[in-house]
Design a protein around this ligand. Structure first.
Ligand code: F3S
Length: 284
């Protein structure tokens, strides 16, 4: 019978737990309709279950059309400042579930811009968190690689902030490119420890098992990165729920490791672990 081992750091981070608990409180209180600004977290199952409970995800274009008095929950990975302004103008009650660590990036970007730095955001272009950061430092440049850093326009002073889920290796590469090009480089390392801890725990576990199962949204950048880290070490499957598990994948594995992205609640991890245990039990 295969042994199932869960990584010692896996699943929902502080910011996601906080956002879920805020929206849960709002829904439980009853009252006016509840909406979330985009998906609350990158987890389709959680977003669907919130919708079933009455909190639908809306995009920023829809804010003006919402009835005054409705409640709007701002997602954990942040929004551009205009969203809160528009919501206030539309008479909505805003519940801010932005992770405090993401807010720290917003403040750092804002300060750097105000102090005259050319602001560089190290992260993934187009990611909602990065869009939110750009909204706090208009004109900032998104850099996703050392090559992007080399392509930046000339500037006297460059100030760097980092998407919270970025790998430290990428930040180091970008900073060394910037140091070679610009007279002054000020770096705010705003990488969130939750991401690093989960990546290191996943790599440690993957090195000690025969196969890995990674749980979390396929649209979640940090979960996808966990799957890539594990796949570089052992056969790995990335699932959003237990229904996607394939018993054939477990054949021949004596130990199976499990990890989950920062947007995966504990309930989803338990469901998958229970299903895995049932599968390896049946396979005896
Ligand atoms: Fe916040 Fe870090 Fe999670 S920035 S949302 S605690 S991954």
């Amino acid at each position: 019978m295969a042994t199932i081992v869960v990584a010692d750091r896996a699943g929902a981070c502080f910011g996601v737990e906080r956002a879920l608990s805020l929206v849960d409180g709002v829904l439980s209180a009853g009252g006016t309709p509840v909406h979330t600004m985009g998906p609350l977290i990158h987890n389709p199952q959680v977003v669907a279950s919130l919708e079933e409970r009455g909190a639908d995800a809306v995009d920023d274009g829809a804010i003006r059309g919402l009835p005054a008095g409705d409640r709007l929950v701002l997602r954990s990975h942040g929004v551009v400042p205009e969203v809160a302004d528009e919501a206030a103008a539309a008479g909505l009650e805003v519940v801010d579930a932005t992770c405090p660590y993401v807010k720290k990036v917003h403040r750092a970007a804002q300060r750097l811009a105000a102090e005259g730095y050319e602001v560089v955001v190290v992260g993934q272009a187009g990611h909602p968190e990065v869009e939110g950061i750009l909204g706090h430092a208009p004109g900032a440049h998104v850099v996703g690689s050392a090559a992007d850093a080399r392509a930046l326009p000339d500037a006297r002073r460059v100030g760097v902030v980092v998407q919270t889920t970025t790998e430290k290796g990428l930040l180091d590469e970008v900073v060394s490119e910037l140091l070679a090009r610009f007279g002054e480089v000020r770096v705010h390392n705003t990488i969130c420890e939750a991401t690093r801890e989960r990546q290191e725990a996943a790599a440690r576990l993957a090195d000690s098992v025969d196969a890995m199962v990674v749980i979390g949204g396929k649209n979640s950048a940090n979960t996808t990165r966990l799957a890539e880290i594990c796949a570089g070490r052992v056969p790995t499957c990335h699932v959003e729920s237990a229904s996607e598990l394939d018993p054939a994948f477990l054949a021949g594995a004596d130990t199976v490791g499990v990890t989950a992205g920062a947007s995966t609640p504990a309930t989803q991890i338990h469901e998958v672990v229970e299903a895995l245990e049932a599968m390896v039990g049946e396979g005896r």
